[in-house]
Write a protein that binds this ligand. Structure first.
Ligand code: ATP
Ligand code: MG
Length: 243
């Protein structure tokens, strides 16, 4: 029996706008993410995937509904507590890598460990170990501009990995990579998932990536429209009726 890590119930998100009616990006999402799974979220552009990731990553608050994360009811936390919870529990990997330009590959990993209180030398050691795991040890002292896109994304994954978070949230991490580098990123994330037991939540537009996940959650017009278990046949797809 899988253990629930994140439980979201009746979550809506409306974006206020000054000139038009509020945009309802999420229209009542019920979803469980299980501890240790590798889940992929797919859906058309504008269906609400990034909005959902932002809520799962505690980067934004729902308009209504509840989010329980690792047993913690998120709406009971004040901003400071929520920031601390996020820092300790969640790592992010972004589409545009989001590395700091004037930090080397190693520094891009070590700075956040130092932010979390690790001393400088220990943080450097852990950054180098992480880069070694990613087969980037030789690039430790290079700046992002001297790394390929694939290498930059591996450093960004290193930053997510080095932090002892429960969950890695990745919003289209391969969107700007060629298919070979995209597969390398997928393989690394899968390896991190199985070896380090990190829960991975990844948004993608690539059908072949969805097939590599434990579960595929399909979002349609701000709702979960289907959940697929890729190893099984279409008939086992759980269709969720749209109200
Ligand atoms: N900050 C915002 N303010 C207003 N509307 C927003 C905001 N962010 C997203 N939206 C709207 O909410 C809806 C869902 O957007 P979201 O970014 O979650 O889609 P997505 O599924 O991630 O799309 P894509 O595949 O293109 O990244 C869209 O209609 C979008 O225009
Ligand atoms: Mg998006």
């Amino acid at each position: 029996m899988s253990e629930t890590l994140i439980n979201i119930r009746g979550v809506t998100k409306k974006y206020a706008s000054s000139d038009v009616a509020p945009v309802a990006a999420l229209n009542g999402v019920d979803l469980e993410i299980y501890r240790g799974e590798f889940v992929v979220i797919t859906g058309a552009s504008g269906s609400g995937k990034s909005t959902l990731l932002n809520l799962l990553g505690l980067l934004d608050d729902p308009t209504s509904g509840e989010i329980q994360f690792n047993g913690q009811n998120i709406h009971t936390l004040n901003e400071m507590e929520k920031n601390r919870f996020r820092l300790e529990t969640i790592s992010f990997v972004f589409q545009f890598f989001n590395l700091i330009d004037n930090y080397t590959a190693a520094e891009n990993i070590s700075f956040q460990l130092e932010l979390q209180g690790m001393d400088h030398q220990e943080a450097r050691k852990k950054a180098i170990e992480t880069l070694r795991y990613l087969q980037l040890e030789g690039k430790a002292d290079l700046y992002p501009q001297n790394l390929s896109g694939g290498e930059q994304q591996r450093v960004a994954i290193g930053r997510a990995l080095a932090k002892d978070s429960l969950v890695i949230i990745a919003d289209e991490p391969t969107a700007h990579l060629d298919s070979r580098n995209a597969q390398i990123v997928m393989d690394i994330l899968r390896h991190i998932n199985t070896t380090f037991k990190r829960t991975i939540i990844l948004v993608t537009h690539e059908p072949n990536q969805a097939e590599q996940a434990d579960r595929q959650i399909i979002i349609h017009d701000g709702r979960v429209s289907a959940i697929k278990v890729p190893d099984t046949k279409e008939s086992q797809t759980i269709q969720i009726s749209l109200k």
